[in-house]
Design a protein around this ligand. Structure first.
Ligand SMILES: [Mg+2]
Length: 124
């Protein structure tokens, strides 16, 4: 079964993503900030994909992305940034830091799975 990591400080967004993913047969682990997300990557992986919010307390999604991409242990995990920060410089910074795709909030089921396919998550 494909496994996904959802990292967002919004419980609402975590539960929304969880329900969409579980409906598609994806096993889902949730974390509430970047530090928890990094712990999950290290202890509960491997994950096919990490869906990562940008703005979170303790450790941002951008810092989580940079930490993960500095460790080759996570090369097999696709990273999709999920955020309301839709400015071009944010998107460019995320892609330069190693994000595979960028999903802008608000999004729906079709938008989520389009981006997962574009990110190269091919187990769906
Ligand atoms: Mg947030």
């Amino acid at each position: 079964m494909m496994r996904a990591l959802v990292v967002d400080d919004s419980r609402f967004i975590r539960h929304y993503l969880h329900s969409l993913l579980v409906d598609h047969g994806v096993d889902c682990v949730e974390a509430a900030d970047g530090r928890q997300g990094l712990d999950c990557l290290q202890r509960s992986g491997p994950f096919a994909v990490a869906l990562v919010d940008w703005n979170m307390p303790v450790m941002s999604g951008f810092d989580l992305l940079r930490a993960a991409r500095s460790d080759h242990a996570f090369d097999g995990t696709k990273f999709v940034m999920v955020t309301a920060e839709a400015e071009n410089d944010h998107i460019e910074a995320a892609l330069l830091a190693g994000a595979d795709e960028y999903l802008v909030k608000p999004f729906d089921e079709a938008g989520l799975f389009d981006k997962l396919r574009m990110a190269g998550v091919d187990e769906l």
